[in-house]
Ligand binder design. Sequence first.
Ligand code: UFG
Length: 345
Amino acid sequence: MSSNKNKTVLVAGGAGYIGSHTTVELINAGYDVVIADNLSNADISAVKGVEQIVGRSVPFIQVDCCDIDALRREVFGKYSFASVIHFAAYKAVGESVSEPLKYFRNNLQSLLNVLTLMKEFDVPNIVFSSSATVYGQPEVLPATEATPRQRANSPYGLTKQMSEDIIQDTVAAVPFFKAIALRYFNPIGAHPSALIGELPKGVPANLVPFITQTAAGIRKELSIFGDDYGTPDGSCLRDYIDVVDLARAHVAAVGRMVENQSAERYEIFNIGIGRPVSVLELVKLFEEVNGVPVPHKIVARRPGDVEKIWAATDKANEVLGWHAERELGDTLRAAWAWEKHVRGL
Ligand code: UFG
């Protein structure tokens, strides 16, 4: 199958939460996208939602990135890519503690396969989904890209650190490779169309899906994990970034590499709004902007949580040319609109 080499992006994990939103923004920016996803933690309805938003069909290949032969045969052998965006990974922090080998095997093997095939098929650029988890609890805030990484406190976080290192060393060894690692802070929200959003399987582990499911009456009440932290209201501080803004950061990263603007062949950018928001503030804002109550109670701290983290976004703003644009209230409106869409409310 032929495709326009300079415009085609492989989105591995493109049926997932961030991958689906990124696919929309790539297509809006004029790229062609091929989605590869094994649907292990995603639903084909996300691809349909993407197609509805962009008004055209998007090539989708159901393949496991850990299966290098299938990935070679079905994906790299059939299309020519300008860039890969690698989202295909497990992401449940708690599960990674109880099943570390599952996380190491999946998250590292899929990356190794993608890099191997990029080299084999002369695909020069990769954007990698990294995470603020690589910083642990920084001593100085906000966290800049130069803030020292600390040993991650979960196998999930370790796979992000290891993946960054694998990419850095591979780029050093393969002269035509360029890579950008985006360290996401806390991605939340949904597409304003309410046609795609976050669809966690089972009981949500993350705050905003738990809030929306509680507002929808699926969960009785939200547990707030700790109000005795050394923060203004005692609850944890995070940097909540709208998923559409985050998606646009990937478009900027691809553009930077494709247009040969990278200052170095391996670059890292924090992607957040650069402002701390407490758990209690977020719940209150959600209730205010949506006019719906979120019953909640304070419970014990959750093991492994950092007290506070937010991003320095200067490098992303000035070097990548990307800025967060969406207001937090609008992001929480979109999250609620999506939950209502999913539940038929
Ligand atoms: N929280 C609650 N109740 C809940 C869920 C979360 O009070 O039911 C609190 C947490 O204690 C934390 C905040 O809401 O203070 C945000 O928690 P999330 O689980 O939504 O997000 P985390 O900051 O723990 O995790 C995010 C990403 C991970 C990443 C991690 C590390 O989801 O992928 O950041 O920075 F590893």
